[in-house]
Design a protein around this ligand. Sequence first.
Ligand code: ZN
Length: 321
Amino acid sequence: MNELLVFICDGAPVRGEIVSISSAWQAVLERRTDPPAVRRILGDFVGAATLLSASLKFEGTLIIQAQSKGPIQLLVVECKSDLSMRATVKLSVNPAEIAPNATLGELLDATHTGRLVITLDPKDREPGQQPYQGIVALQEQHGAFIKPVTSAAEAIALYMQNSEQLDTRIWLSSNETHVGGLLLQRLPNSGGHAHLDPQISAEGWSRIQALGETITEEELLNLPPTTILRRLFLEESTENGVRSFPSRPIRFACSCSRTKVADVLRMLGDEEVQSILAEQGIVETICDFCAQPYRFDAVDCQQVFKTDLLSDATRPPSGGH
Ligand SMILES: [Zn+2]
C-alpha cells in the first residue's frame, strides 16, 4: 500500500484524498535512527506532504519544514507532484534524551518559537522568480494565553486557515510501518457544483466532515484507501455518489547527486576544502535524506575546482575568493 486516492462527492461540494504509505515510509525509516516520538511526528508530516502535493496545480515540489529551538531543530519533508518523497530530521539534543511519549508541542514548540514553513516550488520557475512560501506559528495566541499545537494535523490546519481560502480538514496517523491520512476540502460553489443551493452545499460540507470524523487511527493505518472510502461514505455512495479516480503510487526517492555535492564544495571554496583534506585526507559527506555517502579525495577535489575555473570564465567577476 503506497497509494493516494482522490475522490469527489456528487451531492456535496467536497474533494477528498486518502493516503496509505507502507514500504515508501519504511524506506525513509531504515535510513534513519530517530527515536520513536520523532518518527511519529515525521510520519504524520510525510502523510500531510503527500496529501497536500496531490492538490498542486503545477508540476513541482511541495516542501514542509518545521523549525524550532526545541529538541527537533528542523524537520523537512519534500514531495514532488509525481508523489516521490523524502524526509529528514535534525535534532539539537542527544536522541536518548527524547522521551518515547514526547509530544509535538514539547519537541517542536518547547519555547513557543516553533513554526511551520510550507513552500511550493514550481519546476519551471523563471530565473529570479521566488517559490511561493507560507509560514505559520506552531502555537495559537489568545491574548496572554498561548495554546501550543498538539499534532501535525492541527499544524497543517492552522497553515490552511492562514493561507488557503478553501476550508480543509485533515486526519493523520503513523506508526513504525505505516502512514495513513485523510483530507477533505470544501470546493467553491462553482464549476461542477454550481447547481447546488448554498444551504444544501453548506449542509453537504458538514455532513461529509461528520463522516470524516468517524475515521479511526486503526482504519487509517490498516485499510487500503478504497476500503476506507467505502466504509466512510457507504450511505453517501448510494444516495448521492462518491466518485474516485485511479489511485496514484507513492514512492521514496532522493534527488541528491555527486554533482550537487560538488556544487556545495565549490561554494565552500578551495581554501576550506584544502584544509579539510589536510586534516582528514578526504572530504566526506552523507546525504541528510537518504544517508548516501559521498567521498571526494584530493584528486576529486582538484577536478571539482578545475570545473569551477572553467565556468568562472563565463561568469562576471563576483569578488568572491
Ligand atoms: Zn540523498
